[in-house]
Design a protein around this ligand. Structure first.
Ligand SMILES: Nc1nc2c(ncn2[C@@H]2O[C@H](COP(=O)(O)OP(=O)(O)O)[C@@H](O)[C@H]2O)c(=O)[nH]1
Ligand SMILES: [Mg+2]
Length: 306
């Protein structure tokens, strides 16, 4: 079986081979000059690292390497170090406080970002941890019957109770009842799934705010964590989504999904530079094991395919 590092390496291949072959193409003379630096920046931008992060990388790289001889390996190592530096502030491990019971985790993000899938994967991960927490789900995406069904399947798979309402019922009301039930059952952790219809921004904002308000009526300091799920394949749009959700509520951390097969793996570098929130987990596939913690070092190495 391949480990997570290898899965990430496989997943980022589309991005990393583009960067790698680009570097090999432009540094044929093995000398770093202003022209090669410009080409290098284009390569970084084309992997979705954005202007700000790539500017910074190039600036630092220039200071160390301009007009010097360097092998491709040295260039890649150097770039990887610069990227790791940018990513480092986002590397934070996720912990929940056992004494805060039930610990409420609210999952937000646009439709299709991977919220429901991530809840399933995370619950499984937590269950396998030493603490063996008792978990329940609240199916707060009440707009689509399929969404409730999908969460129920993850619930069955993990033997987790899923609190559901009737089709189209009020999501905030459902959350209220679901938390009451979690308290009754003495659950340790509650994951709340939500809808993410960004096409109706005001509606979404109202609904999210209402959910948070209602949760606070029962537990004033909850939700203990609001996690935003972002789909890496949306590239620069993920930055825009982060901005929009931050306007609606406090975002405590990020989960970046679909890093498998995306050619836009650089987006994490752009996020780290422009919106440095903790990146708690990254997803590299649809399977239950395809989610793990984010390591700045591993990510940077895999982006450069070192
Ligand atoms: N390849 C890949 N697919 C994923 C990943 N995470 C979620 N998905 C898929 O993305 C689709 C949308 O996910 P879903 O959890 O329903 O998103 P939601 O609308 O935010 O709840 C589903 O088909 C998932 O299987 C990932 O890390 N990699
Ligand atoms: Mg969903």
């Amino acid at each position: 079986m391949i480990n997570f590092f290898q899965k990430l390496n496989q997943g980022l291949k589309k991005t990393s081979s583009k960067i790698s072959s680009g570097i090999s193409d432009i540094f044929t003379k093995q000398r770093v000059d202003s022209e090669t630096l410009e080409d290098l920046q284009d390569i970084l931008i084309s992997s979705d690292m954005g202007i700000k992060a790539s500017d910074k990388i190039i600036e630092n790289f220039k200071k160390k390497r301009l007009n010097k001889e360097a092998t491709i390996t040295e260039i890649k190592e150097e770039l990887s170090k610069e990227i790791e530096e940018i990513l480092k502030p986002c590397e934070k491990s996720f912990t929940y406080e056992e004494q805060k019971k039930p610990y409420i985790i609210l999952m937000i993000g646009v439709n299709g970002a991977g919220k429901t899938t991530t809840i399933g994967k995370l619950a499984s991960k937590f269950q396998k941890s030493e603490k063996h927490p008792q978990i329940s789900f609240i199916a707060g995406d009440t707009f689509r019957a399929a969404a409730v069904e999908q969460l129920s399947i993850w619930g069955e798979r993990n033997r987790i109770r899923v609190f559901k309402g009737t089709d189209g019922c009020d999501s905030a009301g459902l959350c209220y009842d679901g938390i009451q039930e979690a308290i009754k059952y003495n659950d340790d952790i509650v994951f709340i799934d939500t809808a993410g219809r960004l096409q109706n921004k005001n509606g979404l904002m109202d609904e999210l705010k209402k959910i948070i308000r209602v949760i606070k009526k029962i537990i004033p300091e909850a939700p203990h964590q609001i996690l935003l799920t972002l789909d890496a394949t949306t590239g620069q749009n993920a930055l825009e989504q982060t901005k929009i959700f931050k306007e609606m509520c406090q975002v405590d951390g990020l989960i970046i999904t679909k890093l498998d097969g995306s050619a836009k793996g650089g987006i994490l570098v752009a996020i780290a530079e422009e919106n440095p929130l903790p990146v708690y987990y990254i997803g590299v596939g649809e399977g239950i094991e395809d989610l793990d913690t984010f390591s700045a070092h591993d990510y940077a190495q895999n982006l450069l395919d070192i």
